[in-house]
Design a protein around this ligand. Structure first.
Ligand SMILES: N[C@@H](CCC(=O)N[C@@H](CS)C(=O)NCC(=O)O)C(=O)O
Length: 202
């Protein structure tokens, strides 16, 4: 198995999943600063020129970070990262990451920090910040009294939601969400998460 990624990308999710699984894989860093992700060779792997991409031993390539993580958990059910006997909750929280958390988070970051000021929209910023606040409050209350998204058991849902929150907390204040902060800290103490951070040099 081969993971094409960059330490500062959504590829971190797949890297973390592979480390939690403890299975052998090849780690290929795509140098985005040098534009390698838009080069002819890499575009044959990922037609959109994005990371991550994942190549199976038989040469089949998969894209979409969340799908790759869910696929890997499904491939190794004995490792216990997949739905187990909680499929409804598991799939809900995996999709929540992409359907409910990422969109307002990305819009907030774009329109308050990342875009040049003249390209920022005050109305998009206001709307996305309000939506993000609702989502973070919802997650915070869900995590009150729960160790992980599924309760007592760590799963890919934590890699998707928790990993996204860890990343967000580096840029946005999270002081209003004490259960989220404790959750992020708990996750970052996992050996697999630390291996991923060490590989990224952070
Ligand atoms: N939905 C895709 C998004 C992939 C994505 O946007 N990757 C970013 C890095 S986090 C990227 O490669 N950006 C470069 C570009 O779009 O040109 C996934 O989750 O894998």
């Amino acid at each position: 198995m081969k993971l094409y990624t960059n330490p500062r990308s959504r590829g971190v999710r797949v890297h973390w999943t592979l480390e939690e699984l403890g299975v052998p894989y090849e780690h290929v860093v795509v140098d985005m600063a040098k534009g390698e992700h838009k080069g002819e060779a890499y575009l044959k792997v990922h037609p959109l020129g994005q990371v991550p991409a994942f190549e199976e031993d038989d040469g089949k390539v998969m894209i979409e970070s969340g799908a790759i993580c869910v696929y890997l958990a499904d491939k190794y059910p004995e490792k216990g990262l997949g739905p187990g006997n909680q499929p409804a909750e598991y799939f809900q929280w995996c999709f929540y990451c992409f359907g409910s958390l990422e969109p307002p988070l990305m819009d907030t970051l774009m329109h308050t920090q990342w875009l040049p000021e003249e390209q920022r929209s005050a109305s998009v910023a206001e709307r996305s910040q309000a939506a993000l606040k609702k989502v973070l409050s919802h997650l915070d209350s869900h995590l009150h009294g729960r160790e992980f998204m599924l309760g007592q058991r760590f799963s890919v849902a934590d890699i998707l939601i928790g990993g996204t929150l860890q990343w967000a907390a580096q840029m946005l204040p999270m002081g209003d969400y004490p259960h989220l902060l404790a959750y992020i800290k708990r996750l970052s103490q996992r050996p697999a998460a630390q291996a991923v951070h060490a590989a990224a040099g952070v």
